[in-house]
Design a protein around this ligand. Structure first.
Ligand code: SAM
Length: 349
């Protein structure tokens, strides 16, 4: 056994003892998480390079493979908080254009980011706080584009994962369909759409639905995305909606995918999803294959380079995390200000 994993086991045993005596499951799982992420190379690298989340590497690795930023001037970042993808967009598109003396303000890239949660500001990024499944959010985004269309829409949305794969996959697919609704309103013909998906039994159906709108769809797994996670990314290129497509018919059209009647301009009838004519989805691993492996545990620099490793603080802690209320309630309860057992019966909270 390597020294790192031995250290980890000793540490976890000590934590278990601590847990036995302190009895706090939340503290225990938080400490376990700390042990895990301390050795997660992408988590550490994100802090070193100033990214708010390790997800930044996923978008960078998708770009390495698909060159998604080429010629991009207008972007929508759906489900953007805490903002590492928006940071990538800002650093790759906005900052270089701003530094180039040739750029007038009117020529600067337009980046609009949306999330349920508020985010700390990012240079060149317009923030909209809202729910992407709500039609009004789409309207706000469209208004920002002032009649112009986006070249790229990215969506890293994820609902709170329950651990029940079928349920998580279903909720995730609903989020993608909401994103696709926004895409049909704001993306220019020829534009690109990148969306997080959860691989599962309906992956082929989702592929067929996306193929209705994009001539090229590839499911990609960046090296920074753990193999143990069912997450992957749909990279959809060359937006080309069916002829005569009306945005209001989106759901009707999607429902027809995989049914015996299928959809007129695409042979995605039921035979496409199963049986001898089953569709094979292009699936690609991306990112430098000799680069860091997100499922491996790397020793902290202190043990490999002789120095003392100093853990860095998070680049930008969430400004209004959903767990804040829970912590406040827990604190108030421990001070006897409120009775948390009774609170759970109160539907207003
Ligand atoms: N791409 C982000 C980054 O790099 O920092 C991380 C995104 S995080 C994995 C998923 C985000 O999806 C969360 O911030 C969550 O609030 C957001 N989200 C989930 N459902 C949403 C919805 N219906 N509308 C808007 N945002 C949503």
């Amino acid at each position: 056994m390597g020294k790192a994993s031995k250290d980890k086991r000793v540490f976890i045993s000590l934590l278990s003892l601590h847990f036995l005596f302190s009895g706090s499951l939340a503290d225990f799982s938080a400490s376990l998480y700390a042990v895990y992420v301390l050795q997660d190379i992408y988590y550490r690298k994100a802090k070193e390079e100033g990214w708010r989340a390790r997800s930044a590497f996923k978008l960078l690795q998708i770009d390495e493979e698909f060159n998604i930023f080429e010629g991009v001037k207008r972007v929508v970042d759906l489900c953007a908080a805490p903002g590492s993808w928006s940071q990538v967009l800002s650093r790759k598109l906005y900052v270089p254009a701003k530094l180039s003396s040739a750029s007038r303000d009117a020529d600067l890239p337009l980046i609009v980011a949306i999330d349920l949660q508020p985010m700390a500001p990012i240079e060149g990024v317009i923030q909209v706080q809202g729910d992407i499944t709500n039609a009004r959010t789409a309207e706000v985004v469209i208004r920002h584009f002032d009649g112009c269309k986006a070249d790229l829409v990215v969506c890293d949305g994820a609902p709170d994962v329950t651990g029940l794969h079928d349920m998580d996959e279903f909720v995730q697919s609903q989020l993608i369909l909401a994103a696709l609704t926004i895409v049909t309103h704001v993306l220019r013909v020829g534009g690109k759409f990148i969306a997080k998906i959860f691989r599962g039994k309906d992956t082929s159906l989702l592929y067929c639905q996306l193929k209705l709108f994009f001539s090229q769809v590839t499911f990609a797994k960046p090296k920074s995305s753990r193999n143990s996670s069912i997450e992957a990314f749909a990279v959809c290129e060359n937006y080309s909606p069916p002829q005569g497509f009306n945005e209001r018919d989106l759901y009707h059209l999607l429902e027809k995918v995989g049914t015996p009647s299928g959809v007129d301009n695409l042979d995605c009838r039921s035979g496409w999803l199963e049986g001898p004519n089953k569709v094979y989805i292009p699936f690609l691993a991306c990112g430098d294959l000799n680069g860091y492996d997100s499922d491996r545990s790397y020793p902290l620099p202190s043990s490999s380079e002789g120095g003392l490793y100093k853990s860095l603080d998070p680049v930008q802690p969430p400004i209004a995390p959903p767990y804040k209320t829970a912590l406040e309630l827990k604190k108030a309860s421990s001070h006897g200000i409120i009775d948390i057992e009774k609170l759970s019966l109160n539907s207003d909270l």
